[in-house]
Ligand binder design. Structure first.
Ligand code: HAM
Length: 421
């Protein structure tokens, strides 16, 4: 029979890996809560229209990467390819805007995009991200970038990451710039790739994203979007730059950064890792001041980012960060069937005082059990054999220091309480 295997572009996160994920998630939870952001958990699938109306029909994500299907009642459903749209839908649906003028949300979860799998790029991948609704002032942008920076720092990644920022301006600015850019590109149209020629008609700003050296050379003297900023766009961007400097967050202004999703307005940013290969974008985000209204809510500004967790973990490993999993405090060796009930009972009590206790349900020999205790790097062993059962005692062994003691079974909890406090 053909062996069953996971689908191309998906991965099992085995226990030997999951401790790294838990570590990253713990950092994300801690930093977000420190800034007053609270977790939101959205469904894995949504109506397809949500993504075409927010991310944009013409984007790569919507036009070729979504996992969509027709449900039995004919509704078109899609596995979420990103979470800003879902969070915004949820913000509108639950009328969160009427409860408080500011909503600070964060999330951790799986996403689905049918891309060509490679290192750091999967079809099921995971993001953590944040979204803040309600404030259009630049200190909100600064806070969002500061949270990203803080998480990167606590993961040991800030030394090897570059922050690129840009402002793609308000709608007014982009309309004027789009025309100017098209006028500039028009004479070179035949020299552009098929993708860029298509983008010329659908979303010319995305041509700035090109990886082709030839196209980059053509774009060298293209007009800059900053030349088309309204006065408010410029004040917003200049203030943000001032706040980033005040927080000592290093950045580079990249006039060509536009990002691949349609909902952005004004500030856009990306952190790239110097330690990853082709898929070097660790995290990306920006402002989306028109999105809530576009999806049917009251006009409400918003800004956020999302980070690729697989890429974070690869970069954390390459930075040599200690990502070892938790080891047991106690390995409880039981060598006599009559002692099993006491072993279970004492172990539970030890766990209740906060210790990690591992047992052997295979009834193996003392030698095998102690070998496993060493393999798991347990700090202590407790041994319950025939002699101990007859004396109502248990033998204690410090596996690091080699010290041995006999303790009354009734005293075990107090003994560990003293030892570990
Ligand atoms: P995005 O740039 O599409 O933005 O994705 C954010 C991050 O997710 C990327 O920088 C990358 O690290 C990771 N990522 C994307 N696709 C894959 C993949 N196929 N495999 C592995 N990692 C991937 C968004 O998703 C926006 N919703 C971000 C945002 C939030 N903007 C405002 N708020």
């Amino acid at each position: 029979m053909k062996q069953l295997r996971s689908i191309k572009g998906t991965h099992d996160i085995l226990p030997s890996e999951s401790n790294k994920w838990q570590k990253l998630e713990a950092i994300v939870n801690e930093v977000c809560e420190q800034y007053g952001y609270h977790e939101i958990r959205n469904p894995i699938f949504e109506g397809t229209g949500l993504f075409s109306r927010s991310v944009g029909e013409e984007t790569d994500i919507v036009s070729k990467e979504m996992y969509s299907w027709e449900d039995r009642d004919g509704t078109s459903l899609t596995l979420r390819p990103e979470l800003t749209a879902s969070v915004t839908r949820s913000f509108i649906q639950h009328n969160l805007g009427s409860q408080s003028p500011i909503h600070r949300l964060y999330y951790i979860g799986p996403l689905f995009r049918r891309e060509r799998p490679q290192k750091g790029r999967q079809r099921q991948f995971h993001q953590f991200g944040i979204e803040a609704f309600g404030a259009n002032n630049p200190e909100q942008d600064a806070e969002i970038i500061a949270i990203a920076w803080e998480i990167l720092s606590r993961c040991g990644l800030s030394d090897n990451a570059n922050l690129n920022i840009n402002s793609i301006g308000s709608r007014e600015c982009r309309n004027a710039y789009r025309n100017a850019l098209k006028d500039y590109i028009h004479p070179y149209l035949n020299e552009l790739s098929e993708t860029s020629q298509h983008r010329f008609n659908t979303n010319p700003l995305r041509i700035l994203d090109t990886k082709s050296e030839k196209e980059q050379a053509i774009l060298k003297d293209a007009p800059k979007i900053s030349e088309y900023h309204t006065q408010d766009d410029s004040i917003h961007f200049e203030s943000l730059i001032g706040f980033l400097r005040a927080m000592d967050i290093p950045f580079v202004i990249n006039h060509k950064l536009v990002r691949g999703l349609d909902y952005y307005t004004r500030t856009v940013f990306e952190f790239n890792s110097l330690k990853l290969g082709a898929q070097d974008a660790l995290l990306g985000g920006g402002r989306y001041d028109d999105l809530v209204e576009a999806l049917g809510g009251k006009p409400t500004p918003g800004i956020g980012f999302a980070a690729g967790m697989e890429r974070f973990i690869i970069a954390m490993e390459e930075s040599g960060l200690q990502l070892k999993g938790a080891t047991p405090d106690i390995y409880f060796v039981c060598l006599d069937e009559r002692g099993i009930a006491s072993t279970l009972n004492i172990s539970n009590k030890l766990r209740r005082i906060g210790l990690k206790v591992v047992l052997d349900p295979l009834r193996r020999s003392m030698k095998s059990q102690l070998r496993e205790a060493n393999k798991l790097e347990a700090k202590f062993a407790l041994i319950l054999g025939e002699t101990e059962i007859n004396d109502n005692t248990v033998s204690f062994k410090d596996l690091e220091k080699g010290i041995q003691k006999t303790i009354l079974q009734s005293e075990v909890i107090n003994f560990f309480d003293d030892l570990t406090n």
